[in-house]
Design a binder for this molecule. Structure first.
Ligand code: LLP
Length: 415
C-alpha cells in the first residue's frame, strides 16, 4: 500500500493530511514517508537474503542527511560520487567501511579524503585513475581498496541521458581492456584488488539487461580466478526502475533478484548493489499550490508555485510524473498544462492533465523522492523547497526552506 493515500477524499502522507503540512510549512515542499523508505530498504534486502550482500544506497538519488541517517540505521552502505557526498554520509552517521566511491572524475583531494576516511572500495573508471589512486595511497602510506568498473556494453533500453553501459558511454573501463588493467593493478604496491563492478543505467524496466550485464561480469570474474585474482565482492550497481505511469512495468524486486541470483549462481563473492531510485522515488512527493489558472487560446495553464528548479526531471528528460489534487473534487475535469513560474517554456511539470482544479488548490507531484530535491537548483533566484519527513502522525522538518539572503550570501560587490 502506498504511504500516500486518500482518506475521506484528502490525500495523506502516512497519518498526516497533506493540507496540514502546507498550512504549517508552506509550499512548495518535498514530503517523504519514513515507512515507505524503510519498507523499500527491507524489500530490497530481503530479496537477496540467500546471498551475502551489501546495499550501498546511491546518495545522488536523495542526499538529505535525515534520509542517509535512516538508511545508515537500517544497516545500509552508500555509493558516493563526490567528496561532498562522502562528507554527507559521514555527517549522517554512515559507516565509511560500507562506502563505495564511483565516478569518472575523482579529484586528488577526493581520493585523499576517501582514503583517510577508510572507505570500502574505489570503483575505478580508468587506467589514469588507477595510477592516481596508487600514487596518493603511497603518499599517505596506505593501500587503497579498488574494484574496476567495467563497461559490459549492454543496452539498458532507457533514456539516453541515463544509460551508462554502452561502449559509447564515458563510464567504466572497456570490457576488453579489463583483464589487462587488473593485471596492471596487481603489480601496484598501494592498491588492493577487492572487487569488480558495473552500472549500466537507471530506470530500467526490464530484467534482461541486468542479467546480461551480470553474466558478462561473471565471465570476467572467472578469468580473474583462473589468473589467481580472487575478489571479495561483485558490485552490480543500481538501476532498477519504478512505475511512474501505468504503461511502465518495471520488474518486481523479486523478479530482479531472481534474475541476478540466477546469473551469479555458484559465486561465493559478496554481492554489492547501488540502488538509488528504487529506495526513494515512491517514498516522496512534491507538494505545490496553484497560483493562477490561465485560460489560453490553445491551452489552459495552471501556474503552480513549484518549478523546474524544484523538479528538473520533466524539463531534462521529458519525464512523466503523476499529478493529483490533495482534495479529491467532484466537479468535472478539464485539461491543464501544469507549469511553473520560471521564465522558460521548458518549465513544466506535466502536460495535458485532466484535473478539476481552482486557484489556491494544492497539487501533489508523485514519485519524486528520487532525483527531485537532489537535482534542484536556485535558478531564477528561487529558494529551494523545504523537506518534511512524515513518521506516522509526526512531521519532521528535515531541511528548512531556504531564504533569499542565503542565496546570495557568498556573492561580493566590486570594490
Ligand atoms: N550507481 C551508479 C554508479 C550510478 O551512476 C547511479 C545513477 C546509481 C548507482 C543509481 O541508479 P538508480 O538505482 O537510482 O537508477 N537523474 C536521473 C538519474 C541519473 C542516474 C545516474 N546514476 C533521473 O532523474 O532519472
Amino acid at each position: 500500500m502506498s504511504a500516500f493515500a486518500y482518506r475521506n477524499g484528502a490525500l495523506h502522507a502516512e497519518d498526516v493530511p497533506l493540507r496540514e503540512i502546507a498550512a504549517k510549512y508552506g509550499t512548495p515542499c518535498y514530503i517523504y514517508s519514513r515507512a515507505a523508505l524503510t519498507d523499500a530498504y527491507h524489500g530490497f534486502d530481503a530479496a537477496f537474503a540467500e546471498h551475502a550482500h551489501l546495499i550501498c544506497y546511491a546518495v545522488k538519488a536523495n542526499s538529505n542527511l535525515a534520509i542517509l541517517n535512516l538508511f545508515a540505521r537500517l544497516g545500509s552502505g552508500f555509493d558516493i560520487v563526490s567528496g561532498g557526498e562522502l562528507a554527507r554520509v559521514l555527517a549522517a552517521g554512515g559507516d565509511p567501511r560500507k562506502v563505495v566511491f564511483s565516478g569518472v572524475g575523482k579529484t586528488a583531494t577526493e581520493i585523499r579524503d576517501a582514503l583517510n576516511a577508510g572507505i570500502l572500495c574505489f570503483n575505478v573508471e580508468s587506467a589514469s585513475e588507477l595510477v592516481r589512486i596508487n600514487q596518493i595511497a603511497g603518499e599517505l602510506n596506505k593501500v587503497a581498496p579498488i574494484s574496476l568498473r567495467v563497461n559490459p556494453d549492454v543496452d539498458a533500453k532507457t533514456h539516453p541521458y541515463i544509460a551508462t553501459g554502452l561502449k559509447e558511454s564515458k563510464f567504466g573501463v572497456a570490457y576488453d581492456d579489463a583483464l589487462a588493467l587488473y593485471r596492471r593493478a596487481r603489480e601496484l604496491k598501494h592498491v588492493k584488488i577487492e572487487g569488480i563492478d558495473c552500472h549500466i543505467g537507471s530506470q530500467l524496466t526490464d530484467v534482461a539487461p541486468f542479467a546480461a550485464a551480470a553474466e558478462r561480469v561473471i565471465e570476467l570474474v572467472r578469468h580473474l580466478r583462473a589468473d589467481g585474482v580472487l575478489l571479495s565482492h561483485i558490485d552490480l550497481g543500481g538501476g532498477l526502475g519504478v512505475q511512474y505511469q501505468a504503461e511502465e512495468n518495471p520488474p518486481s524486486i523479486g523478479a530482479y533478484a531472481a534474475a541476478i541470483l540466477k546469473s551469479v549462481a555458484g559465486c561465493s563473492e559478496k554481492l554489492l548493489f547501488e540502488p538509488g531510485r528504487f529506495l526513494t522515488a515512491n517514498a516522496g512527493v512534491l507538494l505545490t499550490r496553484i497560483e493562477y489558472l490561465k485560460r489560453g487560446e490553445a491551452r489552459n495553464f495552471a501556474v503552480v508555485d513549484s518549478a523546474m528548479n524544484d523538479l528538473m526531471r520533466p524539463a531534462l528528460y521529458d519525464a512523466w510524473h503523476d499529478i493529483v489534487p490533495v482534495l479529491q473534487a467532484e466537479n468535472h475535469a478539464e485539461t491543464w498544462e501544469i507549469v511553473g513560474p520560471v521564465c522558460e517554456s521548458g518549465d513544466f511539470l506535466g502536460y495535458q492533465r485532466r484535473l478539476a482544479i481552482h486557484e489556491g488548490d494544492l497539487l501533489v507531484i508523485r514519485c519524486t523522492g528520487a532525483y527531485g530535491m537532489s537535482m534542484s537548483s536556485n535558478y531564477n533566484t528561487r529558494p529551494r523547497a523545504a523537506e518534511i519527513m512524515v513518521d506516522g502522525t509526526a512531521m519532521h522538518v528535515i531541511r528548512k526552506r531556504e531564504t533569499v539572503p542565503e542565496l546570495f550570501a557568498n556573492e561580493v560587490l566590486l570594490p
